[in-house]
Design a protein around this ligand. Structure first.
Ligand SMILES: [Zn+2]
Length: 406
């Protein structure tokens, strides 16, 4: 048992509560929140940590969408336009994947821990990140990705997916959850989507899919034309859309799904995605790939994600929150600060019913302590958003992660 006392606790519950002069007693789960003296009397054998003035305790951050296998990218991929970027990914996919060794993936995971992230969703295309994710201190939802638009390749692609999924199941634990990602409606044949989703339902697996990231995807799925058409027809002259947008979304009914991007989704699609699951928003990736701003003001809530280093320059959710402030320039700031913090903690936890994402009794003890030289209770969310980078101390399931040694 440990007792941590900070000046403030930013709970990250739906009402964005802040507690002052309270301490938290925890083992793997949070046992009690009360004044420090009370907890010291109740748990006399607990290790005690008293952080002084300017200290803030909050839940570890949750980043449900990243692509670790592309972490070697610094300047290889072309930014500015989605199709140009996709072309550069296809050209350099193998070299990039080969140049990201286990050490490179370990470093990416460490950088996330260092920025206070305690749970991630890792989209795995090849299974190269499996060992790093399984042995990391991080909580990992490991999304084995499936794709394939050619009808005659459906069985082979499904078998390849199943093989990777079964391998990931060997590492299943409280901290490592095998899951499933369907790549996108333009790349995954309806028959394959159906097959994988039937399997996901049997397994009770978490699901994620990209949807309407670029205007080219919109044009292609709506009328089979545009630059996506030209691009895909280079691989297959008879290429035609393999899904209709609304029908594609309806396939996910009954499975809690994270829909990633949605920048070009229409109102009906946004409503449907919010009813089935939740939308993931990655402002920096969208901007770098030339995609328009997701209208977050239209959403009930969303999960903030960094995407991978294939379309970003860091995997820090603090950097992502700061970019979001600049991208959503018309959003009233105090409200945006809070909603971005909840989009990095409480909301993503809620989607998959993870017992995480807020500092409340009974929740997993994934906690981060930050320190600021000057802090004002009225501006706590603002201070965190603008100045938080690395926590002083980080706990996952009650165990300290030596952040400074990473
Ligand atoms: Zn992605």
């Amino acid at each position: 048992m440990k007792i941590v006392k900070t000046e403030y606790i930013v709970v990250c519950d739906a009402g964005f509560s802040v507690l002052k002069d309270r301490a938290v007693a925890f083992s793997t789960k949070i046992e009690k929140i009360a004044p420090f003296y009370e907890l010291k009397a109740e748990y006399p054998d607990a290790e005690q940590f008293e952080f002084g003035k300017g200290s803030v305790l909050m839940p570890g951050l949750i980043n449900l969408h990243t692509h670790l296998e592309y972490s070697a990218n610094l300047s290889t991929l072309v930014y500015g336009d989605f199709i140009d970027w996709l072309q550069s990914v296809i050209t350099h996919r193998d070299t990039l994947a080969d140049s990201c060794s286990e050490v490179c993936i370990d470093d990416a995971l460490k950088s996330m821990l260092k920025s206070g992230t305690t749970t991630i969703g890792a989209i795995s295309s090849f299974g190269k990140d499996l060992k790093s994710c399984a042995k990391s201190q991080m909580n990992v939802i490991y999304f084995n990705e499936v794709l394939g638009s050619a009808p005659n390749a459906v069985d082979a692609m499904y078998m390849d997916f199943l093989d990777r999924y079964e391998k990931s199941k060997e590492y299943e634990s409280e901290r490592f959850i095998p899951a499933i990602a369907v790549h996108a409606p333009y790349s995954t044949h309806r028959v394959l989507v159906n097959k994988v989703l039937a399997f996901a339902k049997e397994e009770g697996a978490f699901i994620s899919t990209h949807f309407m990231e670029s205007r080219y995807e919109r044009e292609w799925l709506d009328n089979g034309g545009g630059r996506f058409g030209e691009f895909l027809k280079r691989f297959n002259p008879h290429a035609a859309p393999v899904n209709e947008p609304i029908e594609y979304l309806e396939l996910f009914e009954g499975v809690k799904t994270l829909f990633v991007h949605g920048c070009y989704a229409n109102d009906k699609e946004l409503d449907l995605m919010e009813r089935i699951g939740m939308i993931a928003h990655s402002p920096r990736s969208n901007r770098l790939l030339g995609n328009r701003r997701l209208e977050i003001e239209m959403l009930k809530n969303f999960a903030l994600v960094t995407d991978g280093l294939s379309s970003n320059y860091s995997l820090s959710l603090w950097d992502e929150m700061r970019a979001a402030i600049m991208l959503h320039q018309k959003a009233p700031l105090p409200k945006l600060f809070k909603s971005l913090l909840l989009a990095s903690t409480h909301y993503p936890a809620k989607l998959y019913k993870l017992n995480k994402g807020s500092v409340e009794v009974g929740k997993d003890s994934d906690l981060a302590v930050y320190h600021f030289d000057d802090i004002d209770e009225k501006n706590l969310a603002q201070t965190l958003l603008l100045h938080a980078n690395e926590p002083k101390t980080l706990y996952i399931a009650g165990q300290e992660v030596k952040v400074l040694l990473l």
